[in-house]
Design a protein around this ligand. Sequence first.
Ligand SMILES: [Mg+2]
Length: 250
Amino acid sequence: MKLSHLLAGYDNVLLDLDGCVWVGDDATPRAVEAVDALRGAGKGVAFVTNDARHSVEDFVRKLWGLGFRASVEEVVTVGSALQFVLASTPTWKRAFVIGSDAIHRHVEAAGVRETMDGADVVVIAGHDRFDYDELRYAVQAILNGAQPICTSRDATFPMPDGPWPGTGAVVAAVELATSAEAVTIGKPSPDIFHTALDRLGPGRTLVVGDRADSDLAGAHAARLDGALVGGERSDDAVACATTLADLILA
Ligand SMILES: [Mg+2]
């Protein structure tokens, strides 16, 4: 399987998951072949995701289940990036957390205690069981002085039955109610890409994702080239393609 001309110019490729490698529980068409072709050509590959609903191990399991080879080191989640930020900010000792079980585990692993009142920091990460009480506690903690931080501002993520509201929709609710602005940890913040490049080593790097406002903007913030797949287009992308395979395979 041959690579496209575009890919000849890069040593490393950082792949978004939702809307790029897969949609819901299905790989995008020929994505498995495309990632195999990258590996066959000796490219460094990492999977970089703003999805805060699952752990690194969950993603590795899902990738193997869909036919992709992947290791724990190759998967960089916004949860890991969050854990790093929490652990390296000593003034944040107590947190109120909106998030999945995976996000709660990252907060604990960072040495930050969870609390219903008196929080220094409020973590906002979209998840499937989000409810009004979480919104209420988060808003009150922030109005009492806690710093809001969020795992992304992605308004939606693609699912087979259409877009689902993402973390950005929850962040919007919190920010509207508090007039506070949350610090963003995931894409378009460049930190998550720096984490991936730390693991892959130096080289010319291409970011591939389906969102201009997070994948492409994050690539540029990290001073990397970005390509778009999945239908969104932008003049700032080095290429736009319908699918990951269309971008990568000759
Ligand atoms: Mg995506």
